[in-house]
Design a protein around this ligand. Structure first.
Ligand SMILES: Cc1ncc(COP(=O)(O)O)c(C=O)c1O
Length: 397
């Protein structure tokens, strides 16, 4: 039987995994360094989802018609406690992009204004933003956030671009490629003072960031199918009190005149078993150690950063601490000569070395993104480096 290691034994350990891959059903022959993209569903959570499915199938009419909304209210109550917010300010969704699209579709800005984007936003969210901007004749203004930018400098850069034409500010709580985090309460206060709504894409935040909506006033969306380990199709939208009556789902259904939460949660005929299994995913996270686990994973990401920097041969040996259990950083510049070449190399190490990792082309150079979870340890990055240096990988053209 697989097991979870004793919390007091593993609290500071990054040299060994603190939980077995088997708890997630992950292939033990593989080095898994990409929890961040698609998550991984723990076996106990899959089991909970199967049990809900069986309950639904035992009497679909009764369950969906009379019982489902009560169970979903229960899920929202559990989530309200987890995030320390009012359950009525939450709505369950299939994914983060759906939440962002819904918020954008609910706004009716006067044409000829601007939308300000802070840092890098996720490609699918950019598609939604571009469509929104095009339809409303809005101009998009990007505020660049170089690594290590001081909070006062970011605040100043934001203030410089906000004016009476600004309709919305958007920011990622955790940037998907770099793992960089932004000082949300400060940004929220700037927007509040300027009377401009702030939409926060917190797709990665649930789990590693406790109380991710703290200090916010307007809109926040997060995925539960990444770090929390809920089944795919589990996300949540939080909307500040002032906007509750105005935000409606991108896809309408029966409940369009009902409460904010219900307008999102009753989307025609739908398999809600993923959402119903969310509480079991939160229990699993708590059993793994809750914030203690995320802190350990963040420390592991910092150690990996040091190992990769040594491999790259970077001269500066001051390694900044990871602010999240996921980091993006430059690989050796000679690793690949183009995005396509890099993609072939990453596919090769999946095929031949059984290592799953994200690599991307940034500033004309190859970068790696590594995600650290309970089943990872320091040695995983050594395996990655060995695979990238192997003769067969170097032969990939
Ligand atoms: C910052 C950010 N936003 C949005 C998304 C999209 O999430 P989903 O595919 O659940 O819509 C991701 C996915 O990784 C992300 O990192």
């Amino acid at each position: 039987m697989t097991h979870l290691h004793e919390p007091d034994l593993w609290a500071a350990s990054i040299d060994a995994p603190v939980a077995d891959l088997e708890l997630w059903g992950l292939d033990p022959r593989v080095t898994h360094l990409n929890h961040g993209s698609f998550g991984a569903v723990p076996r106990t959570v899959s089991h909970a989802q199967d049990t809900w499915r069986q309950r639904i199938e035992a009497n679909p009419n009764r369950f969906i018609r009379y019982e489902l909304s009560g169970h979903l209210r229960g899920v929202r109550e559990v989530l309200g406690e987890f995030f320390a917010v009012e359950p009525d300010q939450l709505a369950l969704l299939p994914n983060a992009t759906y939440g962002v699209t819904s918020v954008l579709e609910s706004l009716t800005p006067c044409p000829e204004g601007t939308v300000v984007v802070i840092g890098h936003i996720y490609p699918s969210v950019r598609v939604a933003l571009d469509a929104f901007a095009l339809r409303n004749h809005l101009q998009t203004i990007n505020v660049a956030v170089p690594a290590g930018m001081a909070t006062e400098d970011l605040e100043h850069a934001l203030l410089t671009v906000l004016d009476a034409r600004t309709k919305l500010v958007m920011v990622d709580q955790v940037e998907s490629l770099s793992g960089a985090t932004h000082p949300l309460p400060v940004l929220a206060n700037v927007c509040r003072a300027a009377k401009i709504p702030l939409l926060v894409d917190g797709a990665h935040a649930p789990g590693p960031i406790p109380r991710p909506m703290e200090g916010l006033y307007d809109f926040w969306v997060g995925n539960l199918h990444k770090w929390v380990g809920a089944p795919r199709g589990s996300a949540v939208l939080w909307v500040g009190q002032e906007w509750q009556q105005r935000v409606r789902p991108a896809v309408y259904s029966h409940a369009r005149h009902d409460s904010f939460s219900e307008s999102f949660e009753w989307t025609g005929t739908f398999d809600a078993s993923a959402w119903l299994a969310i509480p079991s995913a939160l229990t699993f996270c708590a059993e793994l150690g809750g914030q203690q686990l995320w802190e350990r994973n963040r420390q592991l990401a910092t150690a990996w950063r040091r190992d990769i920097q040594q491999w790259v041969g970077a001269k500066d040996d001051a390694v900044p601490a990871a602010t999240f259990p996921m980091i993006g950083l430059p690989a050796r510049s000679g690793l690949a000569k183009s995005q396509d070449h890099l993609s072939r190399i990453v596919r090769h190490i999946s095929d031949k070395h059984r290592i799953e990792v994200v690599a991307y082309w940034h500033e004309e150079a190859p970068w790696l993104r590594l995600s650290s979870h309970a089943y990872n340890s320091r040695g995983d990055v050594g395996r990655l480096i060995a695979a990238l240096d192997a003769a067969d990988t170097k032969a990939v053209t």
